[in-house]
Design a protein around this ligand. Structure first.
Ligand code: GUN
Length: 287
């Protein structure tokens, strides 16, 4: 078959359109009726600091009240749990996010479990995970929610397509699998122990790469015409690289996300959208 250049799934552009919609919606609310997002950062992890800064900036831009709590690395687990309890009870706060990974010594599962499921803006609480898999009213994790929005923006019917997810993390691999399954995709989940991963990936009409290894997925693994979603954010010699080798994969794919400017911007805007949804402020379709 002829090689064609894939169309770009421009997450930066899509996120900015959604963001404008959210901003317009919030601007119509009374000052006291604005949604509030609390972000908790423990310790000094440089990447986490950058991500928290991006979340604070995006909140302010759309008009969400931002409450950032920066705690020293020496904070104890009971101190962190006490803060979460305060935020659970604070009526100004509709979404709570504890930035992961937590420093060594913290029990991340216990911390996530302490967040009230109705304020769990990440959708990481077991109640929301359970609801996602059973088809209930779940808070959908932000990165998978952004991926679904990008897939829908292609206008392609997802029902019955073979979807291959590479990676089985709680943040991306597992929840995107649940969401693709709920949209009637036939699902394959690959991971580090998968035998003959390239041949599994070659069966994918949709490929979601979330492995955290630069240029792991190469063009020879991509079925002609597949939609390729690259969730990877890897630093290689000061430059960002995805999990997909863009040059070769874009010769085979029909649609492909770039890194940067693909999934990343969608994650942040979906955090804003989740905060509004938890505040009970409904969105008009498409925003
Ligand atoms: N660390 C990396 N991604 C995420 C995320 O989506 N949410 C939280 N809380 N921490 C993260």
């Amino acid at each position: 078959m002829d090689t064609v250049q894939a169309k770009i799934l421009d997450g930066k552009k899509a996120a900015s359109v959604i963001k404008e919609g959210l901003k317009a919606r919030i601007s119509k609310l009374p000052e006291g009726g604005r949604p509030g997002l609390a972000v908790v950062l423990v310790g000094e992890d440089p990447a986490s600091k950058v991500y928290v800064g991006q979340k604070e900036k995006a909140s302010v831009e759309v008009g969400i009240n931002s409450f950032v709590h920066k705690l020293p690395a020496g904070t104890t687990q009971p101190e962190l749990l006490a803060l979460i309890e305060d935020l659970n009870c604070d009526p100004r706060v509709h979404g709570i996010l504890v930035q992961l990974p937590l420093p060594e010594g913290f029990d991340a599962d216990a911390v996530i479990s302490a967040i009230h499921p109705e304020k769990d803006v990440d959708g990481f609480h077991a109640v929301n995970v359970g609801r996602l898999w059973t088809g209930g009213r779940a808070v959908e994790p932000c990165t998978p929610k952004g991926i679904m929005a990008l897939l829908d923006s292609t206008g392609i019917e997802l029902k019955g397509l073979n979807a291959v997810v590479i990676g089985r993390s709680n943040i991306v691999g597992k929840p995107i699998s649940a969401m693709l399954l709920s949209r009637h995709c036939t699902l394959t989940i690959c991971h580090s122990r998968t035998k003959d991963l390239p041949s599994a990936v070659r069966g994918g009409d949709i490929v979601v790469a979330a492995v955290g290894r630069p240029n792991f997925v190469t063009g020879d693994m991509i079925k002609q015409g597949a939609i390729v979603i690259d969730v990877g954010i890897n630093r290689v010699g000061g430059k960002l690289a995805g999990d997909v080798e863009f040059e070769s994969a874009s010769q085979k794919a029909s649609w492909i996300t770039p890194v940067p400017g693909g999934v990343g911007p969608m994650t942040i805007v979906m955090l804003m959208k989740n905060t509004l949804e938890l505040a009970g402020i409904k969105q008009t379709p498409g925003t």
